[in-house]
Every structure is written in C-alpha cells, then in structure tokens.
Design a protein around this ligand. Structure first.
Ligand SMILES: [Zn+2]
Length: 131
C-alpha cells in the first residue's frame, strides 16, 4: 500500500461552501439574540445586585456604592468600565456593551455588568465565578 505520498487536499470547493455556511450559522446563532438593544445595565458584585443603571442617561463617570474603585461610563446607550481596582484591568479593556445579554465581568472583584432590556424579572447572572 502506498498512499502516504498522495497529497492531502483539506478543502475542496464544496467543503469551503459548507464551512462558510456552518460558520455563518454559528455566527448568526451566537449574535442574533444579542442584537436587541439593552436599555439598562445591572451591576452586581458576588451575585448581589448593587445598581440598575439606565443606559439612556449619560453618566460619564458613574460610581456605585458597594463597587468601590470602579468607575463606569454610560454614553450613547452603552456602558463600559473605565476604572477598576483589580490588577489585570481586563474589565477596563472590555469593549463597551449596549446589547441585551452582553456583559463585562471582573473576575478578581466578582463584579458583573449585564445589559438587559427593561422590566426583566429574572436576571441571568452566572451561577459561579471561576478564577
Ligand atoms: Zn477588573
């Protein structure tokens, strides 16, 4: 048997099309539910809600009681973390979020910022924080 020298063809024409469709589907499935614009942000620490922030109200340097050291920026219907007491500052580097379901998490401080639509009774916060 001598088939080891046969050149491997990883992608045939149809494979590329199928891959593209699969990729598109996964992107759509992942992003469509997040595309509805959020109207408020729930700021929580250790799973306890500290504040619900109206994203329609501009607040360039928002500070929340219970989240000392954090500064949030609410502008153009989006929220971002501009200052944080953690060392890595990954939360500060997170992009601003404005779509329902999107979140910014600060693992060292167990802080979560979750954008929701108004009048949601249940807030899908993570059950556990790993790290
Ligand atoms: Zn952080």
């Amino acid at each position: 048997m001598k088939n080891a020298q046969k050149p491997m063809v990883f992608f045939k024409g149809t494979d590329v099309v199928i891959l593209a469709i699969l990729l598109l589907c996964s992107v759509l499935a992942g992003w469509l539910p997040l595309r509805s614009k959020g109207t408020q942000a729930v700021i929580a620490m250790g799973g306890i809600t500290l504040a619900v922030v109206d994203l329609e109200q501009e607040q360039p340097a928002l500070q929340i009681a219970g989240a000392e050291g954090f500064v949030f920026c609410v502008a153009d219907g989006a929220i971002s973390v501009t200052e944080a007491p953690c060392e890595a500052k990954i939360c500060c580097k997170s992009h601003r979020i404005d779509a329902a379901g999107q979140s910014i998490v600060c693992l060292p401080c167990q802080l979560t910022v979750l954008v929701t639509e108004a009048h949601t009774d249940s807030i899908p916060l993570p059950d556990a924080v790993i790290g």
